[in-house]
Write a protein that binds this ligand. Structure first.
Ligand code: SAH
Ligand code: SF4
Ligand code: F3S
Length: 449
């Protein structure tokens, strides 16, 4: 059958969709490039905030006329929900009139059978579900189907045992489990052979990686040592357990990017405790300072939640101060969104008004924009190693790439193939982007004229 797959949510979901494509292809299905050609639509979903749900319900509503047309023309049409929302809402998803298949993140091996069952019956009325979390599933033996690109996502562990009180992930992805080093390394070798220049190692909490007595630091070093890997990235470590061995690995391996995504969530010790983050603002700051001391020119990005239950103006000010003190290169800032089933939803009413959440998020955004602009402007005139990732959508004739610190750089067309690391001289900067020109081209071009 022709199957169209759409992906929402985090990189972990993108990586899972590649596993889904591989499972489907092995069963003889074809991945359709457009919805119009497909008999089955699979939507890989996210549950992290309420607007993730809203997006999916909107998408399902928009599928209604297309589904009716397909049923009229072909007699069947399957709409399958995969991923975190499917796992979280399970058979409640069937309340939406278009959904007839629900499959959780640990059940993708069952997809071909479930689709076959639906295909054999009158699917307009029939449903199939498999949303049982597993303690063991790591999709060992499945080679994710990659699409063209520079970066390959490699999931090294699944699940999360941290139970931060606001977070739905431990419920949608189950318990932590790590892939074996040999499985990960075999995948990285295949990726190099396929021409990928960069590998990004994924886990909800990479420092909990543990397999055959090996830690995440051991794993990242082994991956960085695979010949042909130009860049290694990873996301995310939890600030509670950032070992020195990982700092040393990043500092000492030229191809491990000097970028660390370190989610702060709040600068208030009282709120951090209610969130069960198990560190204080002072401990976070000490870790950030140690990271900056150990790794010259490191970029640190973060996640922050505003309006967690009971958050006062004084808590918010503490977050603002810590944001300025650490001086993050970038920050993702979210309004607290109550998730059913989480500890916070049971213990603390969502009592910060929407207007207050908005004013606090704006205050943090504005401050972060100033910090980022100031930091980016200091880079003007310097030469940075930029990995060429593609053409610019916004500026014709320009290409885009990423610095080691994960900054986006735009520069005039170069003759290099994608994935090449090019020295780029920074000529201008905004809070989000650097503008530059290829060092290798600038001189000869000027001389020629
Ligand atoms: N495992 C990752 C986080 C994954 S979720 C980590 O701990 O680093 C990505 C981010 O979404 C979190 O860092 C948090 O800032 C945000 N988030 C999670 N649950 C949320 C909620 N209920 N409301 C608002 N933001 C949330
Ligand atoms: Fe969620 Fe916390 Fe786990 Fe991250 S570490 S996925 S925020 S429970
Ligand atoms: Fe990712 Fe969303 Fe699930 S952030 S882990 S897809 S809830």
């Amino acid at each position: 059958m022709k199957i169209f797959l759409e992906t929402y949510g985090c990189q972990m979901n993108v990586s899972d969709s590649e596993i889904v494509c591989s499972v489907l292809a092995a069963a003889g299905h074809e991945i359709a490039p457009a919805l119009e050609e497909a008999e089955v639509v699979l939507i890989n979903t996210c549950a992290i905030r309420e607007n993730a749900y809203r997006k999916i319900y909107g998408r399902l509503d928009r599928l209604r006329p297309h589904r009716l047309r397909m049923i009229k023309e072909k007699g069947h049409f399957v709409v399958g929900l995969l991923g975190c929302m499917a796992q979280n809402l399970k058979k409640d998803m069937f309340k939406h009139p278009v959904v007839n298949l629900v499959v959780g993140p640990d059940n993708y091996r069952a997809l071909p059978d479930l689709i076959a069952k639906l295909a054999a019956r009158d699917q307009i009325k029939q449903t199939e579900i498999d949303a049982d979390l597993s303690e063991y599933e790591t999709y060992q033996g499945i080679d994710p189907k990659r699409f063209d690109g520079v970066n390959a996502w490699v999931t090294i562990m699944r699940g999360c045992d941290n139970f931060c009180t606001f977070c739905v992930v431990p419920y949608t992805r189950g318990r932590e489990r790590s892939r074996s080093l040999s499985d990960v390394l075999a995948e990285v070798h295949r990726l190099v052979a396929q021409g990928f220049s960069q590998v990004t190692l994924l886990g909800q909490n990479v420092n909990s990686y543990q397999a055959e007595g090996l830690s995440f630091a051991d794993l990242i070093v082994a991956v960085a040592d695979v010949p042909g890997v130009s860049r290694v990235r990873f996301t995310s470590p939890h600030p509670k357990d950032f070992p020195d061995a990982l700092l040393e690995a990043i500092a000492n391996h030229p191809n491990i990017c000097k970028h660390i995504h370190l989610p702060l969530q709040s600068g208030s010790d009282r709120v951090l405790e209610l969130m069960s983050r198990t560190y204080t603002g002072a401990e976070f700051l000490a870790l950030a300072q140690k990271i900056r001391r150990s790794i010259p020119n490191v970029s640190i990005s973060t996640d922050i939640i505003v309006g967690f239950p009971t958050e006062t103006e004084s808590d918010h000010q503490k977050t603002l101060i810590l944001l300025k003190t650490v001086g993050f290169e970038s920050a993702y800032i979210f309004k607290y969104s109550e998730r059913k089933g989480t500890i916070a939803s049971k213990k603390f009413p969502d009592d910060v008004s929407s207007a207050l959440k908005t004013s606090r998020i704006v205050a943090l955004f504005d401050t972060q924009r100033e910090i980022a602009l100031e930091k980016n402007r200091t880079k003007i005139g310097s030469t940075l190693n930029v990995m060429l990732e593609g053409e610019s959508d916004k500026r014709p004739g320009f290409q885009v790439g990423k610095t080691e610190g994960n900054m986006t750089v735009i520069f005039p067309q170069t003759p290099h193939p994608l994935g090449t690391i090019i020295p780029i001289v920074v000529t201008d900067a905004t809070s989000a982007t650097l503008l530059g020109k290829s060092q290798s081209l600038s001189m000869p071009v000027l001389e020629m004229f």
